[in-house]
Design a protein around this ligand. Sequence first.
Ligand code: SAH
Ligand code: SF4
Ligand code: F3S
Length: 470
Amino acid sequence: MAIATKTSASGQTAPGSDPAAPQQRGSYWITTFGCQMNKADSERMAGILEAMGYAPGLDEHTADLVLYNTCTIRDNAEQKVYSYLGRQAQRKRTNPHLTLVVAGCVAQQEGEALLRRVPELDLVMGPQHANRLDTLLSQVESGQQVVATGEHHILEDITTARRDSAVCAWVNVIYGCNERCTYCVVPSVRGVEQSRRPEAIRLEMEGLAERGYREVTLLGQNIDAYGRDLPGITPEGRRQHTLTDLLRFVHDVRGLERIRFATSHPRYFTDRLIDTCADLEKVCEHFHIPFQSGDNDVLRAMARGYTVERYRRILDRIRERMPDAAISADVIVGFPGETDAQYRHTLDLVEAVGFDAVNTAAYSPRPNTPAADWPDQLSEAVKVERLQELNALVETQAKQRSARYAGRCEEILVEGSNPRDPGQMMGRTRTNRLTFFPSSRPDGSVIAPGDLVSVRIDQVRAFSLSGAVL
Ligand code: SAH
Ligand code: SF4
Ligand code: F3S
């Protein structure tokens, strides 16, 4: 949909240049907020921009095209975007050739209202439109202000993403979310579930392996739901396409060493999936399974569809099959009506499980979600107090979990050099602990990104490890 007009966009083909080469269009800058889904979308959009003839810019204050890929999961994430936009809007007043794009979840949530709030914007585009960035920008170039937030069938990605890492890649397998957790804005901004075909996923993974990638993380907001929108029933009467089947289907892609997946929903985490992860060598022993609350009444009010007991059974089964598995999770404190006793049940669960990492958040009321309208909202003071207490427990536990690595030899996939100490390299254990080590082996040979090295762990911290290469 198009409104109003804008002055022409940047860049012209240089005289005498190759007509087949993309037009040179100046520089771009992308700032990404939010989850891995957004990061993956940003990498695809960067790929599209480069195919269009944009070159990576040095910073957001000089780039010719600035794109904010936004997140609205909590109010503070949303507000951050407006302060970034304010600065760019000001720049645009003196530099009308600047192209300003807001993509992602705030774009989807606000749509045209965003244009009213920031009239300097050229393009507002929801997450389902990420693969259409070139088409949308050509509408902008023809002098329109464009809002693309309609429900859209996500097209297979035909461009090559410009990925930040040369070793680890994200691969979307399911977009959207069909759950209705009463606090969550995601279904309203990401739309209904759309699974990619297994063949397309495998093809993308083969291409990544050929280009030297060693690790793939399969992505979905609710990845356990993978395949339920695809047709097909097995002779035994089961759904033909599940995450378990997908893992088996992609597992033997040559050149890939590690496969991960996120985010898992306890409601759909099956024993069959756990057994498959244990059986398939490349699937790493790290599971991110948010529980959100340790209290059954709160879980019911959140409409999560499982109990604490069911959650515990999943973790028990994982640890039975993969005793060293790392478990991480997300949790919310201060959900409307959460009593002190209910909050203590969350502490109890954290205490009992021993998580390797937990993303904690204070409940934030979101537009178009039922819980935002409930009368029993808690004060910020209570939420912050609970959050701080929980964070302290999470850190203590993470330290305890890290301690088990001391003296052990861990297989590390080398990702690159440590940005804070270029003399050091960094990578991760199979269980996803960040690990630092020297940049050469004892025999003097240099370690390169993509190598698998064995590191003897001699320092453990809550969320990272250090050691010597063997
Ligand atoms: N699909 C995943 C999580 C997606 S959102 C799942 O079902 O677990 C990432 C995390 O943000 C959630 O796990 C939740 O802990 C947090 N979150 C979502 N909505 C929130 C809200 N309104 N306030 C605070 N935290 C929220
Ligand atoms: Fe949000 Fe629930 Fe969907 Fe996760 S499963 S994205 S928390 S609605
Ligand atoms: Fe945020 Fe959208 Fe992800 S709201 S957490 S960027 S799905």
